[in-house]
Write a protein that binds this ligand. Structure first.
Ligand SMILES: N[C@@H](CCC(=O)N[C@@H](CS)C(=O)NCC(=O)O)C(=O)O
Length: 212
């Protein structure tokens, strides 16, 4: 059976959980506790020297890291509904939209970045929160404007896939950091639609065995 190494509150792990659930893939969940720094322990680092979750491990021992690479692999190799459109232009547009979150937004408010600005740049809780909320709102605002373009009118008319795998966890994070999501009606509409789906309910952070 496939193993997903993840953490309930990790948005990159949440991306892969959504993809596994949307595609109906059975998997075992292995919790790597970020709060107690298990991801930087010898055992986990030996498997994944990046010291990050998620990681997917196959029964033959093959390991895949980086959530976008995992989604790409799943889309090309797994049975079940596809995550990406087959049309090359639509596919590139979806990857571009998801990259606004995964490449331009999430990395700047990652746990290690927040820890660094707190410790090395003397930020308190309010300073850390302001940093995270600023960069999340900045990224979501760019995504909202992108999805409002005519060329993105097809988004939302299809079953959730790659973009939703990346967007739903970022909105979960935005709400944690107090970002006002009413500023982003297109994104909020996609979020509400997705959260009503059973597959995505199973992937929710609070429904994971290590939640709490
Ligand atoms: N680009 C990576 C990001 C992975 C990542 O940053 N994971 C976070 C949790 S969402 C993590 O492990 N953080 C640990 C840390 O920052 O120390 C991916 O998409 O998989």
């Amino acid at each position: 059976m496939i193993k997903l190494y993840g953490y309930w509150r990790s948005s990159a792990s949440y991306r892969v959980r959504i993809a596994l659930e949307l595609m109906g893939v059975d998997y075992d969940y292995v919790s790597v506790n970020l709060r107690t720094a298990e991801h930087r322990s010898g055992d986990y680092l030996a498997k994944n020297p990046q010291g990050l979750v998620p990681m997917l491990e196959f029964s033959d021992g093959t390991q895949l890291t980086q959530s976008l690479a995992i989604l790409d692999y799943m889309d090309s190799e797994f049975e079940g509904p596809k995550l990406l459109p087959r049309d090359p232009i639509a596919r590139a547009q979806i990857i571009a939209a998801a990259s606004i979150v995964a490449c331009d937004t999430a990395p700047i408010q990652n746990l290690r970045v927040l820890k660094y600005i707190r410790a090395e740049h003397d930020q308190d809780d309010a300073g850390v929160k302001a940093w995270a909320a600023h960069w999340i709102a900045d990224g979501l605002s760019k995504l909202e404007k992108t999805l409002a373009l005519d060329s993105y009118a097809f988004v939302g008319s299809q079953d959730p896939g790659y973009l939703e795998c990346v967007l739903i966890p970022q909105i979960y994070n935005a709400e944690r950091w107090g970002v006002d999501m009413s500023r982003f009606p297109i994104l909020s509409g996609i979020n509400s639609h997705c959260l009503a789906l059973e597959a995505i309910q199973r992937a929710l952070p609070e429904n994971q065995p290590d939640a709490g």
